[in-house]
Design a protein around this ligand. Structure first.
Ligand code: SAH
Length: 257
């Protein structure tokens, strides 16, 4: 009888011990290592792989800032921004916060509001041909493709061009990404209905304006890092109309070495 009782107690203790290991095992392993924050955020991303509620919050904020085009908001609710941030950088910032995030090679994925705002200003329609300069993470290109545009995008940093090609294919977007210098545009594919530049030249590049179709529009940040403004151009009857817009802060558009 006594042996049986000890055996029963032993079994209960063992089961409790297994439960303890199961419950606290993850927490203990998270707190090991030097970079607690990294493991915590990775765990968050893992737990909610879709991050749909974070995306909805991000879109509500963009809407509150004044972007109303439902096609843009819908695309932003759908596209998983966190997947466009290379894995090594995902833990640094909340991928759905309204700010630019580093993506390596000294570059950033643009602030979600600015992506939405620029997209609203150029108002892309399905099947329009768009040239983007500065593919970066591929996120802006994905938004345009999700809205039905035919997207061509140029990136000067080879690692980023490769990253963008990979993630865009993985997320199901058929976008033409060229590794090269955006100052030259993509003459073989011109003219374009829309040109969107997501890095800042100090002057508006003539070659890009020349590759714009009659009736086409172009948006770009212009100026030095500390003093940039978005500029919207429209080509009509061979003439260019220029409109200055919001002050912004983009990475510089660099010249090929
Ligand atoms: N549209 C991007 C944000 C890009 S950040 C996104 O959605 O993530 C700006 C990008 O422009 C950087 O990746 C940078 O390498 C690139 N860039 C800078 N100068 C360039 C040039 N002359 N030609 C093409 N890309 C350029």
């Amino acid at each position: 009888m006594r042996v049986e009782r000890y055996f029963k107690k032993g079994c209960i203790f063992f089961v409790l011990f297994l439960g303890f290991l199961h419950f606290f095992g993850d927490t203990l392993s998270i707190q090991e290592g030097n970079d607690k924050k990294e493991s915590e955020v990775k765990l968050n991303v893992k737990r909610d792989g879709e991050m749909e509620s974070e995306r909805n919050d991000m879109v509500r904020l963009i809407q509150a800032y004044g972007v109303q085009d439902e096609k843009i908001l819908k695309a932003m609710r759908k596209i998983k921004r966190h997947n466009f941030i290379p894995e090594d950088y995902r833990w640094l910032y909340d991928p759905y916060g309204d700010y630019p995030c580093p993506i390596g090679n000294g570059q950033t994925i643009s602030q979600p509001f600015v992506v939405a705002y620029m997209t609203e200003r150029i108002a892309p329609k399905p099947n329009e041909k768009i040239l983007e300069i500065g593919t970066g993470s591929g996120y802006q290109a994905a938004i345009l493709a999700e809205m039905g545009a035919d997207v061509y995008s140029i990136e000067i940093v080879p690692e980023l061009a490769n990253h963008a090609k990979k993630i865009l294919a993985q997320e199901g977007y058929n976008i033409h990404v060229l590794e090269g210098d955006g100052y030259k545009g993509w003459p073989e594919m011109a003219p374009f209905d829309i040109i969107i530049v997501t890095c800042a030249p100090e002057e508006i590049p003539d070659d890009l304006v020349n590759q714009l179709r009659e009736g086409g529009r172009m948006i770009l940040p212009v100026g030095v890092v500390s003093n940039q403004r978005l500029v919207l151009l429209r080509k009509s009857a061979g003439k260019i109309q220029k409109e200055e817009d919001l002050p912004v802060r983009f990475v510089p558009m660099v010249h090929e070495k």
